[in-house]
Design a protein around this ligand. Structure first.
Ligand code: AMP
Ligand code: MG
Length: 445
């Protein structure tokens, strides 16, 4: 068995910088429109043609020349002979001659010679009694030139960038791409992230709980966090605390072609904490003590894949709360970077601390709840639940209660109530944060 390298101490920023340096945005792949929702555009999308592609009617009515009906009123309608009908999806039967009208439906191409559309509601069609001579329409109101007509390209002009690279595709974005005939979209490939739980004590949620065992919860938390970060989880099950079992699972992950492997537990200094040994044997491994609370031990390195690629491995602590924090702080940005999502780091907001807090030299990510105080309008943050123990490192249910981390700097020992502290909102998408606090700052690593 290899001896693990000596333990180094890192700040959160140092560790995160070292981790992120090992990741790049993944290459583009073609994705059909139906599959492209929420995916990230790999390239700027330029309009290959105008939208709408031709001049068309915005109303059901009559195509006319505005000059011919400028004096029309209810009492003195203008009678125009009909030049036929044009329906959506069909070309006009012929151009419009001066002094004529053509029935036209919404979305139908405007005939040459017409410059406006009079709605049915302003013609003899809907104005009883209908006294027009056969083959004619009575226009009851003038129209301006261009009225009720959608010009070619008024939505999107050919050649403009409609959606820039890095856009996460919304339903509306998909609609724009569809309207431009882009049936296959170049998207950043989604990172496939192996999820490996380690520990002799673990059983799966569906299995009976025998003496000394606990249920594997990290796998499910991590898999969902991978999805939320824009990746595809690849669950690898549980590795027992032996070098052989761990090595075999690592080989499974590499054979499945994951872009990254996330393990939990076995990175501490216990007798059976073999993750770092195995990782050192299978690649190049760093093992750090990061100045973060909870979650001090963190393993990071590059595995040698059979095809020669180096696959990053992040070894999270086993403690469910520590694992969650370490995922948010280190794994999430790495996955977002691979996925082409920006900002890579979650922007922080400022909230006023509700109670005194102590800290002891590490950056403390406290489970917290943030709300807006209705009287002052300020964001407030509390790290205490009413009837709940919140900060115990084994209290996973407090993470359900929490909607944020309150970040207590490593330099602070006593933080009195009323201090403005940084908070990370856990369930709010990046683009919505500036609506909550317009002064939110995006920091890149
Ligand atoms: P370790 O890092 O192996 O010492 O594990 C730290 C703590 O986390 C121990 O109490 C483990 O039982 C617990 N733990 C490890 N893995 C998991 C898991 N997958 N789900 C829930 N708890 C875990
Ligand atoms: Mg263990």
């Amino acid at each position: 068995m290899n001896t693990p390298p000596p333990v180094e101490r890192r700040t959160v920023e140092e560790a995160r910088r070292a981790i992120l340096a090992a990741f790049e945005q993944l290459p583009a792949e073609r994705v059909s429109l139906h599959e492209a929702f929420d995916r990230v555009l790999a390239y700027d999308m330029r309009a290959p043609h105008d939208v709408p592609p031709f001049r068309n009617s915005a109303m059901d009515g009559y195509a006319v020349r505005a000059a011919d009906v400028q004096h029309a009123t209810h009492d003195t309608p203008v009678l125009l002979p009909l030049a036929g009908t044009v329906a959506a999806g069909h070309p006009p039967p012929r151009p419009l001659a001066p002094g004529e009208a053509m029935r036209i439906m919404t979305g139908a191409p405007v005939p040459e010679g017409a410059d406006a559309v009079v709605r049915f509601e302003e013609t003899s069609d809907t104005w009883p009694p209908d006294t027009r001579p056969p083959g004619h329409v009575a226009i009851l109101k003038p129209v301006r030139a261009g009225e009720n007509i959608r010009e070619a390209g008024e939505d999107v002009r050919q050649g403009t960038v409609v959606l820039p690279a890095g856009t996460r595709l919304t339903p509306a974005g998909l609609g724009v791409l569809a309207s431009l005939g882009i049936a296959e979209v170049p998207c950043v490939r989604q990172p496939r992230v192996g999820i490996l739980a380690t520990g002799d004590e673990l059983v799966q949620p569906g299995d009976p709980l025998t003496p000394g065992k606990i249920r594997n919860s990290n796998e499910y938390v991590n898999a969902a966090l991978v999805r939320r970060a824009g990746g595809i989880p690849v669950p690898l099950g549980i590795a027992r605390d032996t070098v052989e079992a761990l090595t075999s699972k690592v080989h499974d992950a590499l054979a499945l072609g994951v872009d990254m492997l996330i393990t939990s537990a076995g990175v501490s200094v216990g007798d059976y904490d073999f993750v770092k040994h195995v990782l050192a044997a299978e690649g190049e491994m760093h093992f750090w003590q990061v100045s973060i609370k909870p979650g001090k031990p963190l393993a990071f390195g590059l595995l040698r894949a059979p095809n020669g690629h180096a696959i990053p491995l992040l070894g999270l602590p086993g403690n469910p709360v520590a694992a969650y924090v370490a995922f948010e702080v280190f794994a999430r940005p790495a996955i977002r970077k691979m996925a082409g999502l920006t900002p890579i780091l979650r922007p922080t907001l400022k909230a006023r601390l509700q109670e005194d807090v102590r800290n002891s030299g590490r950056r403390h990510y406290m489970r917290a709840r943030v709300w807006r105080d209705p009287n002052s309008g300020e964001l407030r943050v509390s790290t205490k639940g009413d009837s709940l123990r919140v900060q115990g490192s084994g209290i996973l249910s407090a993470l359900v209660w929490a909607n944020a981390f309150a970040i207590i700097p490593e330099t602070a020992t006593q933080v009195p109530a009323g201090t403005w502290v940084e908070v990370e909102l856990l369930d709010v998408p990046e683009h919505a944060l500036s609506l909550i606090d317009p002064s939110v700052v995006t920091v890149e690593p």
